[in-house]
Design a binder for this molecule. Sequence first.
Ligand code: MV4
Length: 458
Amino acid sequence: MFEKILIANRGEIALRVVRACRELGIKTVAVYSEVDDQSLHVQLADEAICIGAAASSDSYLRADRIFSAAEITNVDAIHPGYGFLSENATFAEQCLDCNIAFVGPLPKTIAQMGNKSIAKSVARSVRVPCVPGSDEVMDNELEAKKLAGFIGYPVIIKAAAGGGGKGMRLVNNSVSFCKEYKMARSEAEKAFGDGSVYIEKFIEEPHHIEFQILADKYGNIIHLFDRDCSIQRRYQKLVEEAPSPFLSKKLRDEMGHAAIKIARKCNYQNAGTVEFLVDKHGHYYFIEMNARLQVEHGVTEQITGLDIVKWQLLIAAGEKLTIEQKDVKICGHAIECRINAEDPIKNFTPFPGEITLYYSPGGHGIRIDSHVYAGYKIPPNYDSMVAKLITFGKTREIAISKMHSALSEYLVRGVKTTISFLRAIMMDKGYIAGNYTTKFVEDFLERTPVDALNFKNC
Ligand code: MV4
C-alpha cells in the first residue's frame, strides 16, 4: 500500500480523500491556493503546500507546481479528485513518467473517453445502444446539415471534447442549423481548443441515469448499480439518488451489464461512471463515460456499503477487487442534495462570503461531506458547492423525509444557499412520485412560488 499520497484538489473532495487515507494508514499531502489556507482539507492533511494564487489556472491546474510539491514531499501517488486535472490524460501520463501512481484510469483510457465521439464508437463496438446520430465528428457544415435533416429535428450538436453539457446546442429546425453549428464549433474551440462536434437526435424529456464502475488492474470489473441524475439546472446536478426510482430490475441488470462491457472494451481501471439517457419507453442510450470519481459517489456508497474512495486507493496500489458482482446488493435508498452558495431567487448567482453561523444536521441516516464551518470564507474563485447532504433509509420515502427534516435543520448564515430551494423540491409532488425527467427543474421553477424558495431566509 502507498505510504503517502498527494491530493491534487480542494474542498469537500480533498477532505473525503484525506479521510479515506487516514483509515488506510496513508499519510496525506494537501496542495492549496492562497485563498484556500483556511479550508479544512489543508488543516486535516498531514502536510500542506501552497501552490499559487487563487485562480485555478495559477494553482490547481498547474501540473508543474503539483509535481514540485510531490517531489518535495516524496509521495507514492496522486489522487486528482474530480474536475481540475482529474481527466487530463497528459497529467496522468506525467505521473506515471515520474513513477508516481495516478489514482485513476490509464492515460490512454482517459484520452479515449475524453473524446465523446470515440467513446460512442467504443460503446457501439460492444453493441451497446447509442443515441442515433453522426457516428463520427462532422467537420463539414453542409454535410452536417444534410445528416441533421436525415436524423430528423430536433437534433443536438455536442462538442467531442466536451461532456457534462459544455458546448451543447439544441437545434429545432433546419433554418437555425448553420448558425447553431457555427456557434457550437467556435464555443468548443474556445473552451477545449478542439472545435470538433458530432450530432445526435435530441431525446425529449429523458431520464439521466449513470452506473458506477469499479475495475482493478487484472480485468475484474463490477458495477455498483445506478444513480438518477435527472434533476439538473444548466447541466449542473442539484439532487441525485440511488437507485433510480425509474428503472425496472430487468432494465437495471441490462444497463449494468452494458456499462461493464464498455469499461472492459476501453481497458478501464479504477472508479468510473457510464452515463445513459433513458426515454419514456425504457429505451436506453449510452452518452458518455466519466473517467474519474464523481461528486455524487456518496449515494452509491450508502446503498452498497462500499467505500469507493478506499477502493480507488487499493486498486491504484495494485490490490485485486475481492468483491464479485453477486456480492453487490442494493440495500435501501440514498438521496444527495448539493448545497451551493448561490441565490436561488436571483437566477442562482454565486454568493461567496463569510459563513457567520453554521449548524449542520445529524442523526440516523444523515451524512454530510463538507469542508466548511462557521467563520469560513467562501472564495469567489471556484465552484459554488459548499456541502453535500446525503440521507439514506430503507425506502425512498424515508430518505426523502429525512432529507426534508435535515434541510429544515441546516443553518447557514452570512451567505445565501440553495437549502430552501432543495427543501421545496423534497415537498414537490412530482419529485415524491419519482417519475421525474431532465425537464423537472424547469417545470418546478415555473410552478413554484418564489416564497417557497425562501423558507427561513437561508
Ligand atoms: C442529451 C439530451 C437529449 N438528447 N442528448 C446533458 C449533459 C450531458 N452529459 C448530456 N446531456 C443531455 N444530452 C440527447 N441526444 C439531454 C441531456 C440532458 C439535459 C438536456 C436539457 C436539460 C437538462 C438536461 C439534463 C440532463 C441531460
